[in-house]
Design a protein around this ligand. Sequence first.
Ligand code: HEC
Length: 149
Amino acid sequence: MRNLWLGLVCIILFACSSGNNNTPVAKSASKKASPKEVKVNGEMVYKKHCMECHQENGEGVPNIYPTLQNAEWVGADKDHLIEIIINGMTKEIVVNGIAYEDEMPKADYLTNKEISAVLTYIRKNFAKINDPISEVDVARTRIRIKSKK
Ligand code: HEC
């Protein structure tokens, strides 16, 4: 009988000690922000900010949204191309013989990095031009536009 009691006390003590979890648990190593810079993907920027009008493959919609599959505007002067994105476009233009007069909204809220990535993407993929546009190019155009105003 005495052994039974002892056994019971042991069981209760054991149950309590294991249930009462006071042992400090090593805190999992806090996640540090990666020191690597965030990579901006030109294709992602294009899909988010340009594709609804210019379409997935850049072909546009005849008479409404001009194609980007040409070297006339996309391959022209970098500074001019960057300005189209920052200021948008309102004047009538002719692309591959078709006139467009709809307005392209300005996208000056995009960062220099996003603009350089998206323009490098459309030039390479829609106009076969392998000459990247850099963040510095975009920064330069922003300064020029500002000083013009
Ligand atoms: C709301 C629709 C719309 C969006 C969004 C838009 N565009 Fe445009 N885009 C237009 C229209 C319309 C024109 C023609 C403007 C005109 O006739 O003045 C144009 C013209 C252009 C041109 C010069 C003409 C050509 O076809 O080469 C380029 C380059 C261009 N857009 C690139 C872009 C890029 C890059 C983005 C995303 C950052 C973008 N567009 C977002 C509607 C849009």
